[in-house]
Write a protein that binds this ligand. Structure first.
Ligand code: SAM
Length: 285
């Protein structure tokens, strides 16, 4: 396990994933009843972003760095407010040097109410220690040093009987697509009303196509695809975008993300005209 999310923190994929996360948490807040967010691959929870001059060029520059001067208004302003306030809790920094970007468990936690709960799981010992320190004394957060892939078969359903599971592995191993299919199957069986969101890279198109075909063949109901491309594809595979497949996505997420992405794509695409987004239903309800 060599992956260190610190190199990628705040990049375009984090921005996309964390906006979706924030919208899903906001949806859960529409009901008074408590919910739980289960983050199976939590990371450290907080990242000091490297200076702009660092080598190699820090990824956040073309991610959260592009949103620093963005002041969305109207409907998009309202939809983006939870994410932006969770990230820039103390206001937008003058220069982004020295800025700390929150990871997924911290973003979810900052958006929760007092009745809601977080289960943050991480296997890497160092990342786990950071996470544990970050949430020390927080009675709403349960931090576990555990293999996140065990969670769908052992920690679902949560006792709140409402909530969402985020699966965001490092994609260091090709088997991770297979594990996600297994996680969707277990979650559909054990927590049929819960939401589960799995992140994946857009890099090897064949793998992504096969992933979607296998999910359809597995007859997992109510799956939606949300994808963002920031660059054109090339013959040599490189990360040109990312996606999330969500089971039981909030009914309004598609409309919300269309509104947001129409404004976000031109801000975050690598070259003018190279970005696009796609939202589609993969399986029926
Ligand atoms: N979700 C985080 C966020 O958005 O801020 C980023 C997570 S990062 C992409 C993936 C994390 O999974 C890494 O911190 C890595 O150490 C951890 N990891 C790798 N294998 C794991 C496993 N089997 N169980 C739990 N965590 C694992």
């Amino acid at each position: 396990m060599n992956y260190d999310h610190a190199y990628h923190a705040g990049n375009f994929a984090d921005v996309f994933k964390h906006i979706i996360l924030s919208r899903m948490v906001e949806y859960l807040k529409k009901k008074e009843k408590a919910f739980r967010v289960i983050d199976t691959h939590s990371g450290s929870g907080s990242y000091d972003l490297p200076n702009m001059e660092a080598e190699p060029t820090p990824e956040w520059i073309d991610g959260i760095g592009r949103l620093r001067d963005w002041k969305p208004t109207g409907k998009v302003g309202e939809l983006m407010e939870p994410y932006l306030s969770a990230v820039f809790e103390d206001g937008k920094p003058e220069g982004i040097n020295g800025f700390t970007y929150p990871g997924s468990p911290m973003i979810a936690r900052r958006l929760m109410r007092k009745q809601d709960r977080l289960s943050a799981i991480e296997l890497h010992p160092e990342a786990f220690e950071n996470l544990k320190d970050l949430f020390k004394g927080d009675y709403q957060a349960r931090i576990m040093e555990l293999d996140g892939w065990l969670v769908p078969g052992s920690h679902l359903p949560p006792k709140e009987a409402r909530g969402l599971t985020l699966i965001d592995p490092p994609f260091e191993q090709p088997a991770e697509f297979n594990r996600m299919i297994d996680a969707f199957e277990k979650s559909a069986h054990r927590f049929s009303g819960g939401t589960m969101a799995c992140w994946y890279p857009l890099k090897h198109d064949g793998d992504v196509r096969l992933f979607k075909t296998l999910l359809k063949e597995a007859k997992i109901s109510n799956l939606m695809v949300f994808e963002l491309e920031v660059a054109r594809t090339t013959f040599t595979p490189s990360l040109y975008g990312n996606g999330m497949i969500i089971r039981n996505a909030p009914y309004n997420l598609e409309a919300e993300m269309i509104a947001i992405l129409k404004e976000l794509v031109p801000l975050i695409e690598r070259d003018k005209g190279s970005g696009r987004f796609k939202i589609e239903r993969l399986t029926d309800e």
